[in-house]
Write a protein of this length. Structure first.
Length: 130
């Protein structure tokens, strides 16, 4: 009976471990990059801790703020910039739907070997209304 209880506990622990891996699966890349950043910035952390006379929390806060400025701020800026361009793209798509494609650019025909095919494809797409 004791062996059955022990086996049941082992099976439950294995199921719990598997479930935790399943829950963590979407976060593996973020955890990996966090580990890379922590490993790469460890010498800077030691230097800051020494410069701040052993105050590790303050050094960690400064380092976190630095990483946020280096990584998060450009990503937020990129998101806002992308949102502006999405508006421009939707306006362009609406114009193309109403008026059709403009004439093929002249440089398109000048592409060696495939230029005339591309111009033909451009005109075919415009005729189909796609």
């Amino acid at each position: 009976m004791l062996n059955n209880d022990r086996l049941l506990v082992q099976i439950l622990l294995l199921v719990l471990f598997g479930a935790s891996l399943w829950v963590m699966a979407p976060f593996w890349s973020a955890l990996f990059w966090g580990a890379v950043l922590a490993f790469a910035s460890w010498p800077l952390m030691r230097l800051l801790t020494r410069a701040l006379k052993g105050r590790e929390s303050l050094a960690a806060g400064i380092l976190t703020l630095g990483w946020m400025l280096l990584v998060a701020v450009p990503l937020v800026w990129l998101g806002f910039n992308l949102a502006d361009h999405v508006r421009d793209a939707t306006t362009l798509i609406k114009d193309v739907q109403l008026e059709g494609l403009p004439e093929a650019p002249t440089w398109l025909a000048g592409i060696p070997l495939v230029g005339e095919r591309l111009v033909g494809l451009w005109n075919t797409i415009d005729e189909q209304g796609a």
